[in-house]
Ligand binder design. Structure first.
Ligand code: UDP
Ligand code: MG
Length: 323
């Protein structure tokens, strides 16, 4: 019988963990033609999450726990879960039931039809605030524009099923700072999606503030596209042309003025202010471009340093035999 690994990153989820176990066990208990492993990654929780996971492991022998030495972040936790999971297919989901476990049956149905990636698409994000929905919309718009041939599906978070083959491909990637929802489409393979309505978190609270969301967006973009660098080049060129032309024109005006022709407006202080403004604007644009280059340089530094993505403090295996 095929083994399905359910990969769940958990950070300070003491309130959610018991509710999660109840919900997930109910769903997988009803599916008879697969075996399941719960691949739980404790991302350095500071609350009782790890104790709860260990206690549950005593009761349930299909739980595999990987516990980090500190908080390394959601993406690192997902990456660790992918590496340690042994299943013939993996399902990645959040611990907070915002990714409804009931959808697993549908994910598996598509898997049986031969799909290697089954994305769970959020069709109704009413439970998220307006600002979160809007920023998410912009994120998917920008990223799909910038990533060229890689098709990043809209409104698909981490919740998805991937085959062993795709998991291996993603695990083979050497880059450190990868974003799960970008590297899976990068790998490609036969992909489809099922839809679901995203609900509110029943307990605990979100770990994603806007700062973390912008960081994720930045990582997604700089890890999958060098278009911003190209655009800066194009913009730089355009600015050079425009400002070059302006200064030549003004120079000509100056010369004409000397020769008796009149062009008064250069002497009006307003225009001087306008020129200073334009120079300031131009400097701002330059700084933005330097910042963009810096972003990429930072990524290069991270890759060159070659630090591990996470440190495992403790690992508790499941009792499942690989068939
Ligand atoms: N998470 C994690 N490490 C972190 C932050 C979050 O492993 O540093 C886990 C968290 O426990 C949850 C999932 O990632 O299972 C998604 O987090 P959350 O629900 O806070 O994000 P949101 O749904 O608000 O985007
Ligand atoms: Mg959540």
């Amino acid at each position: 019988m095929k083994l399905i690994s359910i990969v769940v990153p958990m950070y300070n989820e003491e309130e959610m963990a018991p509710i999660f176990f109840e919900a997930i066990n109910k769903v997988i208990g009803e599916i008879k033609n697969y075996r399941f492993e719960l691949m739980l990654v404790n991302d350095g929780s500071r609350d009782k999450t790890l104790d709860i996971l260990k206690a549950q492991r005593e009761k349930q022998d299909n739980i595999h726990i990987v516990s980090f030495s500190r908080n390394f972040g959601h993406e690192a936790a997902v990456a660790a879960g992918m590496k340690h999971a042994r299943g013939d297919a993996l399902i990645v989901m959040d611990a907070d039931l915002q990714d409804p476990p009931e959808l697993i049956t549908e994910l598996l149905k598509k898997y049986e039809e031969g799909y290697e990636v089954v994305n769970a698409k959020r069709v109704d994000r009413k439970s998220d605030g307006l600002l979160k929905r809007k920023t998410a919309e912009w994120f998917y718009k920008i990223i799909s524009k910038l990533s060229g041939k890689i098709k990043i599906p809209e409104n698909v978070g981490n919740y998805r099923l991937i085959s062993r083959r795709v998991a291996d491909k993603v695990n083979e990637l050497r880059e450190k700072n990868h974003v799960f929802r970008v590297v899976v489409p990068f790998a490609g393979y036969k992909t489809t999606e099922v839809e679901f309505v995203r609900k509110k978190r029943p307990a605990g609270q979100t770990h994603y503030n806007y700062k973390a969301m912008f960081r994720l967006a930045g990582d997604s973009i700089t890890s999958s596209s060098i278009m911003p660098l190209r655009y800066s080049f194009k913009f730089g060129f355009a600015f050079m042309a425009i400002f070059g032309l302006i200064s030549i024109l003004f120079l000509i005006f100056e010369i004409l003025t000397c020769c008796g022709a009149t062009t008064a407006f250069l002497k009006i202080p307003n225009s001087t202010i306008a020129i200073i403004g334009a120079i300031g604007f131009f400097i701002g644009v330059l700084l933005i471009f330097i910042g963009i280059i810096g972003e990429y340089l930072g990524r290069v530094m991270i890759e060159v340093q070659d630090r591990p993505l996470y440190e495992v403090d403790e690992e508790i295996y499941s009792d499942l035999e690989k068939e």
